[in-house]
Ligand binder design. Structure first.
Ligand code: SAM
Ligand code: SF4
Length: 349
């Protein structure tokens, strides 16, 4: 862990310190998620309002600055980076950042570079993602019905996402599908999604809706506890708990009938914060130490204050001392406001 990777983190001697960052609760922080843009070409009803106010373009970090920030985190022991958003593949020239970070995978400084995407732009980027060192990606897909897909994403084109999935698999990328479980929308369709995913060699993960940001709808109408979904699935499938881990919060079961894995991400019904290893960086250089809390650290000022990384490293260290124990999301009729005001697209899912 203490090996020196000379090319990362600029020329700062602090780049040599690659022991993992430890938070006040003894958790190692080895996973950085980067929302490279809060903009998106979809407007999923559980994620955004149709008419969104996005972060001002002038506040955006350049891709070079994002690369420098990521390199500082790698120098401080981060082993996995996920690019997310908004939609990461709509950020102009995003492949520049992918290629730069891919160098850290190739030289062993990072174990994994990955991304979460809605798939709309995947077909034209799939091969370059693979060539840059990306091996696994998450694609969000809530339904297999093109009309329902248009309803839930408001602006999305189902056939484009299918083309993206085809191209990604052809390029050699392993795909995990993510579906948000939505009451009276896709709950009865999860078995079909499961068969589709497993039939094509993809894992599927289902996610509970989280109360983040104002949307145009009532979240209590959308919220489906996954404990309920699991019981319903057990009527059709044999689910066996397995210890499989991808470094994320999903708990997996093996599905006997399809031979594939199904993950459950349950931020609402089961808090998984005790094993949290991650922090989240926004495209304006704000670091959130927890998805479900408002406390944040401004890294942009430190980044721009000097070309040397010493101030940046100090700002990161200080932020990690403030990583909270966990989140406390609640969705019910008496808590009808979002737990945090910002949308998922600001910090990335
Ligand atoms: N645009 C990309 C995508 O959709 O995959 C990446 C960003 S999106 C915010 C990441 C993930 O967060 C998606 O799987 C999405 O379904 C999920 N998501 C968005 N809003 C959510 C919410 N309020 N609760 C739970 N999951 C949410
Ligand atoms: Fe865009 Fe992803 Fe949010 Fe859907 S979930 S609106 S694709 S950021």
């Amino acid at each position: 862990m203490n090996s020196i990777v000379g090319t990362i983190g600029g020329a700062s001697p602090l780049a040599a310190d690659r022991s993992p960052m430890i938070d006040p609760f003894g958790r190692s922080v080895t996973y950085l998620r980067v929302s490279v843009t809060d903009r998106c070409d979809f407007r999923c009803t559980y994620c955004m309002a149709e008419h969104m106010t996005f972060l001002p373009k002038k506040d955006l970090l350049t891709l070079e600055e994002l690369d420098r920030l990521c390199s500082a985190f790698i120098a401080k022991g981060v082993r996995k980076i996920r690019l997310t958003g908004g939609e990461p593949l709509v950020r102009k020239n995003i492949m520049f950042l992918v290629r730069k970070l891919g160098e850290s995978v190739k030289n062993g400084a990072l174990d994994e570079l990955t991304l979460t995407t809605n798939g709309s732009q995947l077909a034209r980027h799939a091969e370059e993602l693979y060539d840059s060192g990306v091996r696994r990606i998450n694609v969000s897909l809530d339904t297999l019905d093109p009309d329902k897909f248009r309803t839930i994403t408001r602006w999305g084109d189902f056939s484009k996402v299918m083309e993206g999935i085809d191209a990604a698999q052809k390029a050699g990328l392993k795909i995990k599908l993510n579906a948000v479980a939505l009451k009276d929308f896709n709950d009865t369709e999860i078995p079909d999604l499961l068969r589709f995913a497993h039939g094509r060699g993809m894992d599927l993960t289902v996610i509970e809706t989280m109360p983040m940001g104002e949307i145009d709808e009532d979240r209590t109408d959308q919220y489906l506890p996954l404990s309920q979904l699991r019981t319903e699935l057990e009527g059709q499938f044999t689910l066996t708990d397995i210890p499989y881990q991808t470094g994320g919060p999903a708990r997996y079961v093996q599905v006997a009938e399809t031979g594939g894995r199904l993950g459950f991400i349950t931020p609402m019904t089961h808090n998984f914060c005790e094993s949290c290893n991650r922090v989240r960086l926004t495209c304006t250089g704000t670091l959130y130490m927890c998805l479900g809390q408002n406390d944040a650290a401004d890294l942009r000022t430190a980044l721009r204050a000097s070309e040397d990384d010493a101030l940046l490293h100090a700002a990161i260290d200080e932020a990690i001392t403030r990583k909270p124990k966990g989140h406390d999301f609640i969705i019910d009729r008496t808590h009808n406001r979002p737990a945090v005001g910002r949308h998922m697209s600001v910090t990335g899912g």
